[in-house]
Design a protein around this ligand. Structure first.
Ligand code: ZN
Length: 213
């Protein structure tokens, strides 16, 4: 099992939601335990809703990789990683099951209370590494677990540029500049678009605005 100890000044602030992206639960489970894989996660939720607790959340797992979010970098150090069993875009991407949503909701309520994690800090792997990751993807509906990530009491104006909205969404300045089109795709996944591309058309601007405010 891969893990590190959290630095004293890095407490848990985020929950990052993933999919396993592997053909079977067994292969995902093995990979998360294999020291040679260079990955690990704290929890794995099977399609039948069973929660495997793979690592104590106080310990750092290796699930996020190279990542940025707002002013944070390399989010392994201050996050908990939850993997949902799903074959993913490579092997046959499925909708997540009702059992998975029920279990994930319970787990997130438990973790949020214990680690004081705000709704806005429950985020996706595709948010923090938009250039590399698609998970959990457009077939994951965060509303199903009762989380409202946005629509906080921000002073809103009528018109924002797309880049201003990407910043409010949470992308780092560096990623907005370097991976702009990937950031757009990531937002489309969060909006549960059926077709994912980096086209910034009028409808997208409206949907994005309504997501945030
Ligand atoms: Zn992931």
């Amino acid at each position: 099992m891969n893990y590190s100890f959290r630095k004293k000044n890095k407490t848990v602030k985020y929950i990052i939601i993933h999919y396993t992206g592997m053909k079977t639960l067994k292969s995902a489970y093995s990979k998360l335990h294999n020291i040679k894989s260079n990955v690990s996660a704290h929890y794995l939720i099977s399609r039948s809703g069973y929660i495997f607790n793979l690592l104590c959340p106080g310990i750092q797992a290796w699930h996020a990789g190279k990542s940025q979010w707002k002013n944070d970098k390399n989010l392994n150090c201050n996050s908990i990683g939850i993997e949902l069993e799903n074959k993913g875009h490579e092997y046959g991407y499925n909708f997540f099951t009702n059992h998975q949503y029920t279990s994930l909701k319970k787990l997130i309520v438990f973790l949020s209370r214990n680690f004081y994690i705000k709704d806005e800090n429950i985020i996706f792997h595709s948010d923090i590494s938009p250039n590399r990751k698609k998970d959990p993807g457009e077939k994951f509906f965060i509303k199903r677990i009762g989380i409202e990530r946005f629509k906080k009491n921000i002073q809103k104006k009528n018109k924002y540029t797309i880049n201003e909205m990407l910043k409010i969404y949470g992308f780092s300045n560096y990623y907005i500049k370097k991976y702009n089109l990937y950031c757009i795709e990531s937002v489309k996944r969060a909006l549960n678009y059926k077709k994912i591309n980096s086209n910034k058309n009028k409808q997208f601007k409206i949907d994005f605005y309504n997501l945030l405010f």
